[in-house]
Design a protein around this ligand. Structure first.
Ligand code: UD1
Length: 420
């Protein structure tokens, strides 16, 4: 897939239906290998990361089909414990297979997830957590071999509330006898969705959304019925459309949102001058003029400001009145969009984890290169607000995580098209 061409500076107006959450869908799809059963998972976003997850499941011997937002999965045929280099390269989140694979087979081998464009993404917290539950971990060259030789429940302490490590530990601990507690667990809403999903499958977990998650193992006794579950809506996609409205001085209504997960981003845009109202599962945002700068936005684990919205918010602050500062404390290399935003007339300086954004009156169109998913969303926002035409190369990064992006933008009046 080639480039995205955006003719910017249009006022946008209309309703956007928010899709199912990517970061909920991926661990839930991985967790289907826990036991060889049939699953029906609904509200799954039609995005490249989901397609890759289904490809991996198929290559592991499972049946996985997608039709109109619904995944039909049967994991009875799982015939390997090896997440090979080929599979782990397909998706950085493939590490999430480690916990459920160990739970199902007592053994799992995984090639280190490849280097990442937003940071090194180590897996030490995943491995140390599994060790605390009696898993022998051998790191050999570029792969890790894990054997659950002495699996036992108990307390597992994470030194940092890693989302992926929390999920992996939940997905291993459901198969243990007795009570496991994950201390300093990640509190993200997607963790709650995973807990709800697992409980709907017959497991017994409580505490997701707080810093202690308790998992009552049920000795591998799991029911064999067909499970149906609907994924929660994507707070990051919703936040991205709020940033679009703020940057393009537009009026957008978001449908199917879970607003209690979006307090940080809603408060931020209220603070800088947007009108935001919510009714039921709708949010309305209206922005009529230049937004104000904001003293400091610090990304941190939930309920802090999400790192996954840092780039999009930065993009909208490029044309704010005054100077804003963003402190990225979660990933060490998440400012790759800055150089490209500056090509469009933004005035951003990076100093370690800080980005200092001096608001300018207007951005202008430019040829820019997308380096990662959320940075790509930021460049789209900038191009939508800019005067003139922008060409964004490597648009495939964005299709990893935004469902029907071109259609959704076109429906609210944006002038966007793909060029091969
Ligand atoms: C998940 C999300 C991602 C989001 C991130 C933080 C999915 C599929 N992805 O990623 O979109 O940006 O949470 O909200 O849900 N770390 C370690 N050692 C580890 C694990 C993590 O040092 O073993 C570090 C990472 O390098 C990073 C920080 O912890 O600096 C946060 O990572 P983590 O919460 O694990 O993020 P992911 O689960 O990879």
């Amino acid at each position: 897939m080639g480039s995205l061409i955006i003719n910017g500076d249009n006022k946008l107006e209309g309703v956007v239906k928010v899709s199912g959450s990517k970061n909920s869908a991926l661990p839930i799809l991985a967790s289907t290998i826990l036991t060889g059963r049939e699953y029906i998972i609904k509200n799954v976003p039609d995005i490249d990361d989901v397609r890759r997850m289904l490809e991996i499941l198929t290559l592991l011997g499972c049946k996985a089909n997608y039709d109109n937002g619904i995944c039909y999965i049967n994991t009875k045929g799982l015939d390997t414990y090896d997440i090979t280099d080929e599979l782990s390269k397909k998706l950085r989140s493939s590490i999430i297979f480690l916990g459920p694979m160990l739970c199902r087979n007592n053994i799992a081998k995984i090639t280190y997830p490849g280097g990442c464009d937003i940071g090194s993404r180590p897996i030490d917290l995943h491995l140390s957590g599994l060790r605390q539950l009696g898993v022998d971990v051998k790191e050999e060259g570029d792969f890790v071999l894990c054997k659950a030789n002495n699996p036992h429940s108990g307390d597992v302490k994470l030194n940092y509330p890693s989302v992926g490590a929390t999920e992996n530990l939940m997905l291993f601990a459901v198969g243990l006898c007795g009570k496991t507690r994950i201390l300093n667990a990640a509190k993200e809403p997607e963790i709650i969705d995973l807990q709800n999903y697992l409980n709907s499958c017959g497991y017994n977990l409580i505490g997701a959304g707080t810093e202690i998650i308790t998992i009552y193992g049920n000795d591998n006794e799991v029911p064999d019925n067909v499970e149906e579950y609907s994924i929660m809506s994507d707070r990051i996609e919703a936040g991205t459309y709020l940033a679009i409205a703020a940057a393009t001085k537009s009026k957008i209504c978001l449908k199917s949102i879970e607003k209690e997960h979006m307090k940080c981003i809603i408060n931020l845009y209220k603070k800088v001058g947007c009108l935001i109202d919510d009714v039921g599962d709708y949010i309305y945002i209206i922005n009529n003029g230049r937004i104000n700068a904001i003293d400091k936005v610090v990304t941190s684990p939930y309920p802090g400001f999400p790192t996954d919205l840092q780039a999009q918010v930065m993009s909208s602050l490029c044309i704010a009145k005054g100077i804003s500062i963003i402190d990225e404390t979660v990933f060490e290399n998440r400012f790759k969009h800055v150089k490209e935003l500056n090509k469009m007339g933004a005035n951003i300086k990076v100093d370690g984890t800080l980005a200092i954004i001096k608001g300018v009156n207007k951005l202008h169109g430019a040829n820019v290169n997308i380096r990662d998913l959320r940075g790509g969303a930021a460049l789209i926002i900038a191009a939508l607000s800019a005067e003139g035409i922008s060409t964004l190369t490597n648009i495939h990064h964005v299709f990893r995580g935004y469902e029907h992006l071109i259609d959704k933008l076109t429906e609210i009046g944006a002038d966007v098209k793909i060029s091969e």
